[in-house]
Design a protein around this ligand. Structure first.
Ligand code: FAD
Ligand code: SIN
Length: 550
C-alpha cells in the first residue's frame, strides 16, 4: 500500500553519530529497557511526544504478579492461558508469570511505591484472576506512579540521550539487518538519520484507529507499521481487546473506569437492574474481558441501549475513597458519585493482543530489531489478554531484550559499525534527492481521520463479518491511494499512513480468521473452531501464513 520508506525525496537535515541501541518509545517497556541497557552502553530514546506521555501513564488497575501465597506462578499461568482462549504460547506465558515477582522487586528498587494495607502489600483482583494478585499505586493511579518514577530515574543516567518530539518513521535495513532509523523532528519537520545496530520498538498500541477508545493520542500503531514495511512478521493482529467499562464525560471525553472496581465488588446491571453476568460465567462480572464485552453487546442490542450500568453503591464508601480517588474525582466533575449513582458505561477499544512477532528474547525476524510492550506479540496474551498482564509483560520482555543486546554489545566488533555507517551514507544519498516535499498538494488529514476511525469501529470493531471487512479494506486502499501517495513529511500524515497500514493488516487477518475466538467476534462465523483455527495468523510482505501454537 505504501512504499518501503514512507519519506522519500526529502532533505536529510543530519546524519547522527553511530549508536549501539535506539529505543522507540518512553512508556514502561521503552524506559525500563533503556535503563537496563544504559548500564553497559550508550542508548538513545526517541519519543514522539514529551517523555511521560504514554499509555503507561493512564494505567489504573495495576500490575499482575503472584507475590503472595496461596497464589503462585502456576495459578497465574493457568489464568493467563485460560483468558488467551487457546492461542497463548505456553513458554511465553511461563516466562511472563515466573519473572513477574522479580520485576516488581526491580520497580520497588527504583522507588516505585505500591499501596499497602495493614502493613502488607495491597492486592486486588480483576477479570479472569483466581486470586487477588494485582498490585496498585495511588489507589487507581498505578501507571502515573510507574511512569513518573521511570522518567525521573532514567533522567539520572548520562548514558541515555533523549529525543523528545522525534517521530520514528522507518527502520533502515541492510541485507536483513538493522542499520539505522529515519526520524522526524516534529518541532521543525526536519528529517534525521540515526545509524545503529540494534533497535527496540516499544511504541505502544493502536487505540487511535477507533473512534471509541481508552488510548491516548500517541497510540497510532507506528511501530507495527514501520516493522511491517521493514519486512518483520506481524502476528495475530485481528485480536483487539475492548474494555467493558468506559465512561463519557459531559464534555465528550472518554474515561476508563478500572476493572478493579468490579474486583472490589461493583456489579454490571441491565436496564431492569438485573446482574446479567450472573449465570453467564462462574466469575460473573469478573469473567475475562472478552466474555464480559460479548455479554454487554448482547444485552445492549436486545435492550436497545448504548450503555450498561456500573453499580458500586453497595461497596463501602471508605474503601472506594482509598482505592479509587481519581475515578471519584472525575465522576464528581461530571455531577456523579460512585456511592449513590449508577454509572453509564460501554466498551471501547483498549489493547492490542497481537503485534510485531517476537521470540522469547524479544527478537523479531530482522537481525537487530526487537519489540516489547503492547506493540509486540510475544505469545503471552493469545486471543485475549488477562487484565493487568500488560505492564508486567513490558518489563519482562524488555528485560530479556536488554540481556540479549548487552551480550551482543560486549562481543561487538568495530568493522560492523563501519559497514553500517557506509550503508547509511549510501542510503542518505539515494533518499535525500533534495526535492522539497512542501510542493505536494496539501492534504487535510484532520478531516479524514475521524471518518476513518468511525469506519474502523463500524466495520472492524467488536463485531465483524465478511462484508464489513471487505468494505473496510476497500475504504483503506482507496484512501491511501487518493491522499497519501506520496506521504508528505509531517507528523499527522505519517501517523495516518501508519494507521491505514495497521487498519489494513487488522482487517486482512480478521477476514482470514473465519471463526469467533477471544476478542475476535465474527457474526458470520459465531463459533470457535479449534480444528481449523487453533493457529496464529502471520502477515509479512503482503503475504500471510499460519503458524502452530507452541
Ligand atoms: P506506551 O506506554 O503506550 O508507550 C509508547 C511510547 O512510544 C510513548 O512514549 C509514545 O510517545 C512512543 N511512540 C509511539 N510511536 C512513536 C514513534 N513513531 N516515534 C517515537 N515514539 C513513539 N495495563 C495493565 O497491565 N494494567 C493496567 O491497570 C492498565 N490500565 C490501563 C488503563 C488505560 C486507560 C489504558 C489505555 C491501558 C491500560 N493498560 C493497563 C494497558 C497498558 O497501560 C499498556 O498496554 C502499556 O502501558 C503499554 O506500555 P508500552 O510501553 O508498550 O507503550
Ligand atoms: C483496568 O484497570 O481496568 C485496565 C487494566 C488492564 O487493561 O490491564
Amino acid at each position: 500500500m505504501f512504499p518501503r520508506y514512507l519519506i522519500n525525496g526529502c532533505d536529510i537535515k543530519k546524519i547522527h553519530d553511530f549508536c549501539d541501541c535506539i529505543i522507540i518509545g518512553s512508556g514502561i517497556a521503552g524506559l525500563s529497557t533503556a535503563i537496563r541497557i544504559s548500564k553497559y552502553a550508550k542508548v538513545k530514546v526517541l519519543t514522539k511526544s514529551n517523555l511521560s506521555e504514554s499509555t503507561t501513564w493512564y494505567a489504573q488497575g495495576g500490575i499482575a504478579a503472584a507475590v503472595k501465597r496461596p497464589d503462585w506462578w502456576k495459578v497465574h499461568y493457568a489464568d493467563t492461558i485460560e483468558a488467551g482462549q487457546g492461542l497463548c504460547d505456553s513458554n511465553a506465558v511461563e516466562k511472563l508469570v515466573k519473572s513477574a515477582p522479580r520485576m516488581i522487586e526491580d520497580l520497588v528498587e527504583l522507588g516505585i511505591t505500591f499501596d499497602i494495607t495493614g502493613g502488607e502489600i495491597s492486592l486486588t483482583t480483576e477479570g479472569g484472576h483466581t486470586y487477588p494478585r494485582v498490585l496498585h499505586a495511588g489507589g487507581d493511579a498505578t501507571g502515573e506512579e510507574i511512569e513518573k518514577k521511570l522518567v525521573k530515574y532514567s533522567g539520572t543516567f548520562s548514558n541515555i540521550d533523549f529525543y523528545s518530539e522525534h517521530l520514528a518513521v522507518d527502520i533502515i535495513t541492510d541485507s536483513g539487518r538493522v542499520a539505522g532509523i529515519i526520524a522526524l523532528d516534529i518541532k521543525n519537520n526536519s528529517v534525521h538519520i540515526h545509524p545503529c545496530s540494534n533497535i527496540v520498538i516499544a511504541s505502544g498500541g493502536i487505540g487511535q484507529l477507533y473512534d471509541v477508545s481508552t488510548n491516548p493520542s500517541i497510540s497510532t500503531g507506528d511501530g507495527i507499521a514501520m516493522a511491517y514495511r521493514a519486512g518483520a512478521s506481524i502476528k495475530d493482529i485481528e485480536f483487539i481487546q475492548f474494555h467493558p467499562t468506559v465512561f463519557k464525560t459531559n464534555d465528550g471525553h472518554l474515561f476508563l473506569i478500572t476493572e478493579a472496581l468490579r474486583g472490589e465488588g461493583a456489579y454490571l446491571r441491565d436496564s431492569s437492574g438485573r446482574r446479567f453476568m450472573v449465570g453467564r460465567h462462574p466469575k460473573a462480572e469478573l469473567a475475562p474481558r472478552d466474555i464480559v464485552v460479548r455479554e454487554m453487546v448482547r444485552v445492549m442490542s436486545e435492550q436497545h441501549l448504548h450503555f450498561i450500568f456500573l453499580d458500586a453503591t453497595h461497596v463501602p464508601e471508605k474503601l472506594l475513597k482509598v482505592r479509587f480517588p481519581n475515578i471519584i474525582a472525575k465522576l464528581k466533575e461530571n455531577g456523579l458519585s460512585l456511592t449513590t449513582d449508577l454509572i453509564k458505561v460501554f466498551p471501547a477499544a483498549h489493547y492490542l493482543n497481537g503485534g510485531i512477532k517476537t521470540d522469547l528474547k524479544g527478537r523479531t525476524d530482522i537481525a537487530g530489531l526487537y519489540a516489547c510492550g503492547e506493540t509486540a506479540a510475544t505469545g503471552a496474551h493469545g486471543a485475549n489478554r488477562l487484565a493487568s498482564n500488560s505492564l508486567i509483560e513490558g518489563l519482562v520482555f524488555g528485560w530479556e531484550i536488554s540481556r540479549d543486546i548487552i551480550r551482543k554489545i560486549k562481543n561487538k566488533n568495530k568493522c560492523s559499525n563501519d559497514r553500517i555507517l557506509a550503508k547509511i551514507n549510501e542510503f542518505a544519498k539515494s533518499i535525500g534527492s533534495g526535492k522539497s516535499m512542501e510542493n505536494l498538494p496539501p492534504v487535510n488529514i484532520s478531516e479524514l481521520i475521524p471518518d476513518f476511525r468511525k469506519m474502523m469501529s463500524t466495520n472492524v470493531g467488536i463485531l465483524r463479518d465478511e462484508k464489513s471487512l471487505v468494505s473496510a479494506r476497500e475504504y483503506i486502499n482507496n484512501t491511501a491511494k487518493k491522499y497519501l501517495c506520496p506521504v508528505p513529511a509531517n507528523k499527522e500524515t505519517i501517523e495516518f499512513a501508519n494507521m491505514l497500514t495497521v487498519g489494513s493488516l487488522i482487517s486482512k487477518a480478521a477476514l482470514l480468521r473465519t471463526e469467533s475466538r477471544g476478542t475476535h467476534l465474527r457474526n458470520d462465523w459465531p463459533k470457535k473452531d479449534d480444528t481449523s483455527w487453533k493457529k496464529h495468523i502471520i502477515l509479512k510482505n503482503d503475504e500471510s501464513h499460519f503458524e502452530p501454537v507452541e
